[in-house]
Structure formats: structure tokens, C-alpha cells
Design a protein around this ligand. Structure first.
Ligand code: SDX
Length: 427
């Protein structure tokens, strides 16, 4: 408890507790504010609102710092694995070897999906956006696993979290296979989580497939960088859905729908499409001008962030990884040159400097994903695959919080005041 704050309204003082976390801004606990003052606070987009208490992920937007359970994202990206980061987010500590092995074995044993789930795909057109398929199929999972939908049972919560983490790669790979008209590929449990996903995505029955260690490493690093990110829009959606007692499969489906938006996870697909549309560096000034034009809805996709007012540390890691992966794969992609040139020009432009707009996680990820062989329509699916770890960890933390209650914001009402019905004959 850091102390007290006082809000004065019409000369009357209302004291409220000021709470401190382990780091980051203190909060003013205004839970009693409406009851005591008859007023609501107003914060569209929640720019100044802490919706919950959490110990999972800490972001210092001014310093460009991202910690998962205290560990800096650049260290995790460099030294850890996605499965180990998943264990860390779910359990709070880095696992010893036996714990990690047991966790990986548990996840591996849940990678298959119910055979009837495959029929869901056949209801979609082949050109359906894979995110539309992901929303539908993940939402349907609760119909196949009713034995893990009792959110009040910690055991059932754990099984459903493991099922979601384990099955997302299989479901995502099936969405890709369906879009290209190739047969679904079953998981192979002697492969690592990420190698298994790449094999389900890119192998065909007609020939042997050996996952390239360079690509496995790059993909695993991308999953680590997308695992969790505090109370972003999709995580807040999962928490809000979960606060009603909805089952975890439905909550994650809601998170997938939110992530799809181009202002959020859909930006990775939009950023690469934008870089390809720009094409060559000489066209960059035209797009910078459009991004600054208030009458033009165009924004530089992959730039800006609600929290980071300095470099997104994930973008720094991805920027370096983009060059490394393309070099190792002996691929030269002019889009990467355009991205670097665009970054340099934007970071010197007063409009971007004044608004503290820097590249975010979505600016460089697409270059790597494209080099690995994914179509842009799969980019947000990959983001959702990785973020499932954060969504279920945040959901479980919320359900376990004794102070949690159903989320129910209020509003500033600006509609008509009460009036009497007028029969249609006299209108
Ligand atoms: C993700 O929250 C998270 O943590 C999300 C995420 C995660 O891991 O979960 O980090 C993942 O969603 C990253 C963000 C991906 N989105 C994009 O790259 C889309 C492009 N960026 C934006 O639309 C925007 O920057 C947001 C949505 C990311 C943040 O928007 P905010 O915080 O609401 O900021 P804003 O819209 O109020 O912008 C402030 C100013 C405005 O100009 P003014 O009205 O002050 O003159 O900056 C401008 C905006 O017009 N601006 C941009 C811009 N982003 C903001 N101008 C041009 N290009 C941009 N990209």
C-alpha cells in the first residue's frame, strides 16, 4: 500500500488508497468512487486505466523494456525456448530440466485434435482467410472437450490450457493445408513443438520432410516474442470473456477475433502488404506523407504502440533476426531493404518523433515469416498460435484472483432522454 490520494469534487475531498506494485506506476484504487461520488471516471481506450493486478508481464514503454516473470525478452529470445517460456508464464519460474521435460511431454501428448474437427474445415471456402477458420474451429473445441470446461476446477483449467497450447499448431497448420488444397498432416511426437508445427505445415505425403534447424530456431524465437504482452486488446478480451465464467476455448476464440484487427495482431499481415505495395525505397516519401495526412486513413503498419514510446524491444530482436535468417537461408528480399529505409526515414521525421512512433513487433516479423514460406494471410494465425500461451496464462491468473468479478464498464450516456412512444399513424 503506497498511501492515499485525494480527489476533490466541488470542494469536497474523497480519499482513495494508492496501491504499489513491485515496479511500474502506482494505481489509485477507485473501486468505491461511483458509490461515494455518483460519478464515473471516463477513459475510452483505457489509456490511463489498470484493469487488473497481474504478475505475468511487465512493460516499461518509455525504456523499451519487456519482462516475462522478470526475465527480459531479449534474454529469453536468445537463450530460452517457446516451451520453456510457456512453462515460465504458466508457472512463474523457469523450470529445472525434469520439470521442462515433463511439461513438453504433456503438451506433446495433446497435439492431436478430434478427428471430427477436420470436417469443420470442409465447410469453409478454400480461399477463406485462415483467421476466420481459426475463430470458428477454436470456438468449437469446447464441444469436443466438455470435460475441461469447468473453470472452477484448477485441474480442468490446467488440462484446457495444455490442450489449447498443444492443439493450436495442429489447427493452424490444418488451416494452411486447407487453403493450399494439401492433405492435413498429423503431428509427429518425436519432434519438438516448433519442428512439429513446421512439419505439419510444410511436409507433403509424397516426400520426406526434415525441419531445417535454422527455420525451427527462427520460428521458435518468433513464438517467444509473441507469447504475452500485458493487458493488450486481445488479452483484455480473453479476461473479460473469462470474467463471465465462459469456457477457456470460447475465451481464446474471442481473443483470436480481437487479435485479427489491423490495429492489433492483423498489423503483421498489413505491414508486409504495405512494404510490398511501397515496393522500392524511392516511393517511401509518398507513403510517409500519406501516414501524416489526417484526411488519409492510411497509417504506417507496424509503427506506433499504445505503450512503447521508445523502441519495442521485440522489434529490435526481429530486426536483427531478419538479417540473420535471410543470410542463413541465402535469401535476399528487397522488402527488407525497403523496411530498413522506411524505418530510418520515419525515425528522423518530426511527425513520428513528436508522437514517439517506433517500429513495433509487427514491422519486421513478416519479412522472416515470408522467407520461411508463409503467405501473409497466415501471419496473424502465427501470432495467435504464440499468444495462446499468454491468453491462457492471463485467463488462469484472472480466474484464480479472489478479487476478480465480472467485468462490466459503465458509460457517458449522450442519447435521448426518456420520451413517450408515438404510434406509426401519427409520426
Ligand atoms: C500490436 O497493445 C499491445 O501490446 C499490442 C501488441 C501485443 O503484443 O499485443 O504489441 C501487438 O498490436 C502492435 C501494434 C500493431 N498495430 C499497428 O502497427 C497498426 C499501426 N499503428 C497504430 O494504428 C497505432 O500506433 C496503435 C493502434 C498501435 C496505437 O494507437 P494509440 O495508442 O491509440 O495511438 P493513437 O492512435 O492515439 O496515435 C497517436 C498519434 C495520432 O496522431 P495525432 O491524432 O496525435 O495527430 O500518432 C498517430 C495517430 O494518428 N499514429 C500514427 C501511427 N500510429 C499512431 N500515424 C501514422 N502511422 C502510424 N502507424
Amino acid at each position: 500500500m503506497a498511501g492515499n490520494s485525494t480527489i476533490s469534487i466541488d470542494g469536497k475531498d474523497f480519499p482513495y488508497p494508492t496501491l504499489s506494485g513491485t515496479t511500474g506506476p502506482d494505481v489509485i484504487d477507485i473501486r468505491k468512487f461511483y458509490g461515494q461520488t455518483g460519478l464515473f471516471t471516463y477513459d475510452p481506450g483505457f489509456t490511463s486505466t489498470a484493469s487488473c493486478e497481474s504478475g505475468l508481464t511487465y512493460i516499461d514503454g518509455d525504456a523499451g523494456v519487456l519482462l516475462h516473470r522478470g526475465y527480459p525478452i531479449d534474454q529469453l529470445a536468445e537463450k530460452s525456448s517457446f516451451m520453456e517460456v510457456a512453462y515460465l508464464l504458466l508457472n512463474g519460474e523457469l523450470p529445472v530440466k525434469d520439470e521442462l521435460d515433463a511439461f513438453v511431454t504433456t503438451i506433446t501428448r495433446h497435439t492431436m485434435v478430434h478427428e471430427q474437427l477436420a470436417t469443420f474445415y470442409r465447410g469453409f471456402r478454400r480461399d477463406a482467410h485462415p483467421m476466420a477458420i481459426l475463430c470458428g474451429v477454436v470456438g468449437a473445441l469446447s464441444a469436443f472437450y466438455p470435460d475441461s470446461t469447468n473453470v472452477g476446477d484448477p485441474q480442468e483449467r490446467t488440462i484446457s490450457m495444455h490442450r489449447l497450447i498443444a492443439k493450436m499448431p495442429t489447427i493452424a497448420a490444418m488451416a494452411y493445408k486447407y487453403s493450399v488444397g494439401q492433405p492435413f498432416v498429423y503431428p509427429k511426437n518425436d519432434l519438438s513443438y516448433t519442428a512439429n508445427f513446421l512439419r505439419m505445415t510444410f511436409s507433403v505425403p509424397a516426400e520426406e520432410y526434415e525441419p531445417d534447424p535454422i527455420i525451427v530456431d527462427a520460428m521458435d524465437k518468433i513464438f517467444i516474442l509473441h507469447a504475452d504482452h500485458e493487458q493488450n486488446a486481445s488479452t483484455s478480451t480473453v479476461r473479460l470473456a473469462g470474467s463471465s465464467g465462459a469456457n477457456p476455448f470460447a475465451c481464446v476464440a474471442a481473443g483470436i477475433a480481437t487479435l485479427w484487427g489491423p490495429a492489433h495482431g492483423g498489423a503483421n499481415e498489413a505491414a508486409l502488404n504495405m512494404l510490398r505495395e511501397i515496393g522500392t525505397p524511392d516511393r517511401i516519401p509518398e507513403y510517409i506523407a500519406r501516414a501524416k495526412n489526417k484526411d488519409d486513413p492510411f497509417r504506417l503498419m507496424g509503427f506506433g504502440h499504445r505503450v512503447y514510446k521508445n523502441f519495442d524491444p521485440r522489434a529490435k530482436v526481429l530486426s536483427k533476426a531478419a538479417s540473420e535468417v535471410l543470410d542463413k537461408l541465402n535469401i535476399s528480399d528487397p522488402v527488407l531493404d525497403t523496411a530498413r529505409e522506411l524505418e530510418q526515414i520515419a525515425l528522423k521525421d518530426q511527425y513520428f518523433v513528436d508522437r514517439k512512433l517506433y517500429p513495433n513487433v509487427d514491422f519486421y516479423s513478416g519479412v522472416i515469416l515470408s522467407a520461411i514460406g508463409f503467405p501473409t494471410t497466415m501471419f496473424t494465425v502465427l501470432f495467435a498460435l504464440a499468444r495462446t500461451v499468454g491468453w491462457v496464462a492471463q485467463w488462469n491468473e484472472m480466474i484464480s484472483d479472489p478479487e476478480q468479478k465480472i467485468g462490466r464498464p459503465r458509460q457517458l450516456y449522450t442519447g435521448p432522454t426518456q420520451r413517450d412512444y408515438i404510434p406509426v399513424e401519427t409520426r
